[in-house]
Design a protein around this ligand. Structure first.
Ligand SMILES: [Zn+2]
Length: 181
């Protein structure tokens, strides 16, 4: 018997999880490091063993925006950021990660959901996120057309152990809750 057409209503809520990591290297031209962007806000470059470093990678290497983008895409069961914006596509080289986030938000709305809230954590030895939390929340909220009260960000260190703790990488985690519109 062929499967009956789905008449199941979309669930009232959906949740998505995002994770990202970028290696930190000496800033260009000595290495491939880019200026440190977190949530669309530019931070001072971390200094590791006397050398200023920055994230290497796709677009502007904003780990926090990439994690949030994947949380939103994951919540609606869409392809992930690497599938939608392949890093071998020159259009995304040196790009602004805002484009990825805005596309994810567009897909969320097209799927019939609105963003309930987002919570994100960046793991980085330095600089500290704390003093600029308000700025980062406002930046992400503005990109998504949300009130800043629906976006939370937190900063953690990796206690000087492993790659993140040794200043060789920046990591971000995010969850997003969607509410059926
Ligand atoms: Zn990334």
């Amino acid at each position: 018997m062929p499967p009956a057409p789905s008449t199941t209503p979309q669930p009232s809520f959906r949740v998505g999880l995002g994770y990202d990591l970028h290696r930190l290297e000496p800033l260009a031209p000595a290495g491939k490091g880019r200026p440190l962007m977190l949530g669309g806000v530019r931070f001072e470059a971390p200094v590791v063993e006397g050398v200023a470093v920055g994230p290497v990678g796709h677009s502007d290497a904003d780990a926090m925006l990439h994690a949030i983008t994947d949380a939103l895409l994951g919540a609606i069961g869409a392809p992930d950021i690497g599938q939608l914006f392949p890093d071998n596509d020159p259009r995304h080289e040196s790009g602004d990660s805002r484009v990825f986030l805005e596309e994810a938000a567009r897909r969320v709305r097209a799927a019939g959901y609105e963003i309930g809230n987002i919570d994100a954590t960046v793991v980085l030895e330095r600089p500290k996120l704390g003093p600029r939390k308000g700025e980062v929340r406002a930046s992400i909220a503005a990109m998504l057309g949300l009130d800043a009260s629906r976006v939370n960000v937190k900063g953690k260190t990796h206690e000087r152990v492993d790659a993140v703790g040794e200043g060789r990488a920046v990591e971000a985690h995010a969850v997003a809750l969607l509410i059926r519109a």
